[in-house]
Design a binder for this molecule. Structure first.
Ligand SMILES: Nc1ncnc2c1ncn2[C@@H]1O[C@H](COP(=O)(O)OP(=O)(O)OP(=O)(O)O)[C@@H](O)[C@H]1O
Ligand SMILES: O=C(O)C1=C[C@@H](O)[C@@H](O)[C@H](O)C1
Ligand SMILES: [Mg+2]
Length: 171
């Protein structure tokens, strides 16, 4: 792999801070940043509407295409992925091929506090706490494939960005 174009790819459960930390990393490295959820919303419509129209599987097809296109860009960049992008083996392999993959984690109570007033995540609507616990259990090993695991429960987004930059230097 050409290290000059190697991406930093952030994976992790909803609310672990992928979007937030990716902004800080891009600022600090002076490189481009892409967020697959944002790209999908700019090109295809809101995530809620896509779930409603095509179902989760249809949304995942769109997500895989967008992720492939972001990973193929021939320049260094930070890529924040959607929380469920790791569910497909194709996506996991592509992320590992093109990037340094960092899994952000946080405990359920912190995640619930971070996401409870946001209505943009269709899988969490209704009983947010129960949905977080159920989906976290389903995905308890889904993020294990990453090169680095980083628990953000008691870190600020800036502290999380610093740990990632340090780990990258030590690679
Ligand atoms: N380390 C942190 N400490 C406290 N709050 C945080 C931290 N990281 C993110 N947040 C807050 O949690 C909320 C969710 O963060 P963010 O949108 O970055 O998560 P995400 O991982 O991108 O979620 P999704 O998978 O749904 O896109 C935001 O309001 C953000 O400000
Ligand atoms: O964890 C998930 O399955 C999701 C996370 C979000 O980033 C969005 O991609 C969408 O709400 C689905
Ligand atoms: Mg996000």
């Amino acid at each position: 792999m050409d290290l000059r174009t190697r991406k930093i790819v952030l994976v992790g459960f909803m609310g672990t801070g992928k979007s937030t930390v990716s902004r800080l990393l891009a600022e600090q490295l002076g490189c481009s940043r892409y967020d697959s959820d944002e790209v999908i919303e700019q090109t295809e419509g809101t995530i809620s509407k896509l779930f409603e129209t095509y179902g989760e599987a249809g949304f995942r097809d769109i997500e895989s295409k967008v992720l492939d296109s972001l990973l193929e860009v021939d320049a260094r960049s930070i890529i924040a992925t959607g929380g469920g992008a790791v569910l497909r083996e194709h996506n996991r392999e592509a992320m590992l091929k093109h990037g340094f993959v960092v899994a952000l984690t946080a405990d359920a109570e912190h995640i619930i506090n971070r996401v409870k007033s946001d209505t943009t995540r269709p899988l969490l609507q209704g009983d947010v706490a129960a949905n977080v616990h159920r989906i976290m259990e389903q995905r308890k090993h889904a993020y294990d494939f990453a090169h680095l695991q980083l628990d953000t429960t008691s870190l600020t987004p800036q502290e999380a960005a610093e740990v990632i930059l340090q780990a990258l230097q030590e690679e």
